[in-house]
Design a protein around this ligand. Structure first.
Ligand SMILES: *Cc1c(COP(=O)(O)O)cnc(C)c1O
Length: 220
């Protein structure tokens, strides 16, 4: 069976190469290992090898993992942020990648600690997808500025599925440009299939699941 350290070595080498190809330092890219559907044992294996950033997309699935695993893990919430769970999510995770509306902010404001957040942007303006349209970013930032429990650090996006690598690349360029326009230095973009292009186009946070943990098992 393939082990974490082997998959990690492979992904890490690709990241280093992607960074080198565009003159970015390797340390400029944080890897969020997306552990959704994977077991606590799988996360422990990654933790033992030194990894500390993990991403989950459902609160109910994440809570027992967070409770069972060491405190120095940085947990990233990458799933849809239902407002009725936003408070609990902000209490349990250090970083939320999927902030998109005022209702979520109002819920997060009900807890006391501060959470880092990425605004999720829907660049393709696909109504079936999460995220705010580019023209709504300023208003969302103004709302977030009123909420002391949230510190917006950058923009996040999910490239359209079935896009060719070239289409994904120009999509990454647009998100990076929008983040720069808004004064952000962090951009959360790129997954197992396209993280090399995302890094070449400026991603600072890549969310990598299957390339690090293997195929996701079916949900029980
Ligand atoms: C599942 C998921 C990922 C990781 O996907 P892989 O293709 O397994 O790397 C990244 N981002 C989000 C928002 C996800 O839901």
């Amino acid at each position: 069976m393939e082990r974490w350290i082997d998959r990690w070595a492979q992904v890490d080498a690709q990241i280093a190469e992607a960074c080198a190809s565009v003159g970015r330092p390797r340390e400029a890219v944080r890897v969020i290992a997306v552990s959704k559907y994977h077991s606590i044992a799988a996360i422990e294996e990654a933790y033992a090898a030194g990894h500390r950033d993990f991403g989950e997309s459902r609160l109910q699935e994440a809570l027992p993992k967070i409770a069972a695993l060491p405190q120095d893990i940085c947990w990233h919430y990458i799933g849809p942020l239902q407002s009725n769970k936003a408070k609990r999510i902000a209490e349990s995770f250090q970083v939320v990648h999927s902030l998109e509306n005022e209702r979520q902010l109002r819920e997060i404001a009900k807890q006391s600690s501060q959470v880092e957040a990425f605004l999720q942007v829907n660049l393709s303006q696909d109504p079936k997808k999460s995220g705010i349209f580019a023209e709504g970013v300023d208003a969302a930032l103004a709302e977030a500025a009123e909420c002391s429990q949230v510190r917006v650090v950058g923009l996040m996006g999910i490239a359209p599925q079935l896009a060719s690598l070239e289409e994904s690349r120009s999509w990454f360029q647009s998100l990076f440009r929008l983040a720069q326009e808004k004064g952000f230095s962090r951009v959360s973009m790129g997954m197992s299939s396209d993280f090399v292009a995302a890094i070449q186009e400026g991603a600072t946070d890549v969310r990598i699941g299957s390339a690090l943990f293997g195929d996701r098992p079916a949900l029980q």
